[in-house]
Design a protein around this ligand. Structure first.
Ligand code: XIL
Length: 432
């Protein structure tokens, strides 16, 4: 297989205080050095398409997928040497997604896959002032997340007074380009206006949370496909997802305890019976303490009948977050999907600053992580956190260690030309 360096360089990291511009006190992540070599094998020898993560033997198995007819009449994507084994549907496994035969844009590759997969980007109001940005964003993507414009401080800057201009601008642009929209985000400890951050007491906080969810969801109803209902509710010591995972202190958790989570989803469901409702977090991308904790957390929600539809894995790779190999990511996404949930890659970028990820590693990560999601029919979308390198949030976020340099983290350069990272993503979407 394409050998993915799986050394978990647990890098300096800042998201403990939230990945925002609010100037948090950063902490340096622990120096864990778990390393493993793994290969991803799927459906060899007619064992079906239930992919398994296995120790790689000499890196011989490929992630390059081939499409073969299953012996049970099912069409299955199989990976592996020889490519001769057709899947039969596997023991309790789902069929793998079948890629398009060809595509000239990522959007087309996503739309022609069976089942289709949404290809998303974080869109900023500033970006939409640039014609090249708009052209590439709409040609290559069919799923939009507002980078900042739908956050609490933007839409409800004063208690009970909503401000829709910036958000409507993005949402209406998306709708006019036949793109789906993910509302981001209803309940988050970060980018809260001062008044919300200083609320206290269960009654006050619950009322404010209810008014916010109802106001925002009510306004965008019928233009929104899915919502990040709760973002980043869990924290670990190192914030690379390792050490002492627990609920994060926040105005919501401090006043309501664990129940704020269920409550937020219940209010959201009352407001919109059909929108997809997601939990979203960072550093839960591969197999680590935080991912285990979030797995148990959402499993509990599913068991209690809380209306959660899926989990977004932010997939910020390189500083300030973690690094993840394709095989680990696949195993992780798979276990969440086996809870009956949709999974999605929600904020992918791969930061090259400070050389913690080499150019070669970046290409392998882009390919293998996208492939890990693509293979899983319940992985319903892949969103990149921006369009072009020059506009990446990482360039100016201190935890990303860019010191004014470009993070080189995305798929397009500043002339809006496709980079090699784009080609790797396209390869993965076409099963190559
Ligand atoms: C980031 C934006 O990209 C920045 O422009 C802003 O300054 C801070 O927030 N996790 C999230 C996103 O859920 O909302 C964050 O977006 C990145 C980390």
């Amino acid at each position: 297989m394409r050998s993915v360096p799986l050394t978990l360089l647990l890098s300096a990291f800042l998201c403990a205080t939230g990945c925002s511009d609010s100037g948090g006190e950063g902490e340096t992540g622990g120096a864990g050095a778990t390393s493993s070599t793994a290969g991803t094998t799927a459906g060899t020898g007619g064992a079906g398409v239930t992919s398994s993560v296995a120790s790689g033997t000499g890196g011989a198995t490929g992630v390059t997928s081939s499409v073969a007819s299953g012996t049970g009449g099912a069409t299955a994507v199989t990976s592996g040497t020889g490519g001769a084994g057709g899947g039969t549907g596997g023991a309790g496994g789902e069929e793998a997604r079948v890629p398009a035969a060809s595509a000239s844009t990522l959007r087309e590759a996503g739309e022609k896959a069976n089942p289709p997969i949404l290809i998303g980007a974080a869109i900023s109001g500033g970006g939409l002032n640039n014609n090249d940005y708009k052209r590439v964003a709409a040609a290559e993507h069919n799923y939009v997340t507002a980078e900042n414009e739908m956050k609490w401080d933007s839409v409800e800057p004063n208690a009970g007074q909503f401000s829709w201009g910036a958000a409507d601008n993005i949402v209406n642009w998306a709708v006019s380009n036949r793109m789906q929209v993910k509302g981001h985000t209803l309940v988050w400890h970060n980018q809260l206006p001062g008044w919300a951050n200083s609320l206290s007491g269960a009654t006050q906080v619950e009322q404010a949370m209810r008014r916010h969810i109802e106001g925002v969801m009510g306004h965008f109803k019928d233009r929104i496909h899915s919502w990040d209902v709760v973002n980043e509710a869990v924290i670990t010591d190192s914030d690379t997802g390792v050490g002492n995972p627990r609920m994060r202190p926040s105005v919501f958790f401090n006043a309501l305890g664990d129940r704020f989570l269920d409550l937020a989803f219940e209010i959201a469901r009352e407001q919109d019976p059909t929108a997809k409702l997601y939990y979203n977090d960072y550093s839960i991308d591969a197999l680590n303490d935080k991912a285990d904790y979030v797995y148990e957390m959402v499993k509990g929600m599913v068991e209690r009948g809380v209306p959660i539809d899926g989990v977004g894995f932010q997939m910020h790779i390189g500083p300030p977050n973690n690094e993840a190999g394709g095989a680990d990511v696949e195993a992780n996404l798979r276990r969440f999907s086996e809870l009956g949930l949709e999974v999605l890659i929600s904020e992918m970028d791969i930061n090259r600053c400070s050389n913690q990820v080499t150019a070669e590693e970046q290409l392998a990560y882009y390919h293998d992580i996208v492939a890990a999601c693509f293979q899983l029919p319940k992985c319903v979308g892949i969103t990149f956190w921006g369009i072009n390198d020059g506009r990446s949030w990482l360039n100016s976020w201190s935890g990303a260690l860019c010191n004014g340099q470009s993070s080189q983290s995305l798929l397009f350069n500043d002339q809006y030309q496709k980079k090699e990272t784009y080609n790797k993503v396209m390869d993965a979407l076409l099963g190559r």
